[in-house]
Design a binder for this molecule. Sequence first.
Ligand SMILES: O=P(O)(O)O[C@@H]1C[C@H](O)[C@@H](CO)O1
Ligand SMILES: Nc1nc2[nH]cnc2c(=O)[nH]1
Length: 240
Amino acid sequence: MHTKENSCCCSFEDYKMTTEWLLNQTNHRPKVAVICGSALGLLADGATNKQTFRYQDIPNFPVSTVPGHEGCLVFGTIEDTSCVFMKGHFHLCEGYSLCQVTFPVRIFKLMGVECLLVTNASGGICPDFKVGDIMIIKDHINLPGFAGQHPLCGPNDERFGIRFPCMSDAYSKDLRTLVLDVGSELNCSRFIRTGVYCMVSGPNFETIAEARMLLTLGCDSVGKTRGDRRMCFCLSDVTR
Ligand SMILES: O=P(O)(O)O[C@@H]1C[C@H](O)[C@@H](CO)O1
Ligand SMILES: Nc1nc2[nH]cnc2c(=O)[nH]1
């Protein structure tokens, strides 16, 4: 590992070592990865044939320090699809670098994952939103990225993707439509929204002036996660 400021702290060999360690312990070959945000670890409970690894037992893996983040990786099957779930994830405000925060995403890419779903808690900015609404992200504003806090800064390893990835279709329209259709089937449309998410570093919640500013900038919700993972995964040129 190297420590050059503002660049990735993990080498390709670190990612490869963790990936091989996991694939040697499980027969699962996940095609879908689900990063479960605060209190949504239960998303993994519906899977069958589960195999669980605590983060502290996985080489190079960070550990969760935030309440509501259990800290384990669960492999399992949903219908016929092999999936991997992160029960708990990592945030900048825990003191992790963005390289550490996004570490698992690159492991998923090396495992052959083709579709990444991320859930997270967030605060509503759009005045039409109500407490408890679910927002499907159609685009994001990465505020820390404006200040150089970006997981793709530093030397680019082409094995993970190109130097200057395009972000104009970061959140798959097909998947967003699918969620809306399934939500409608389940009679949940009244609390499913679509909007622009703004990532901030936290740990404090935004001030009233900041919330006003975010509204002016076109944000519908704000939270401490998300865009960084999406960017890392976008890099990998895979189906989303
Ligand atoms: O769902 P995430 O993990 O993004 O939620 C963040 C971190 C804390 O758990 C929570 C504080 O409300 O927001
Ligand atoms: N208002 C608000 N709620 C959140 N829930 C999780 N993160 C946030 C945040 O940054 N702001």
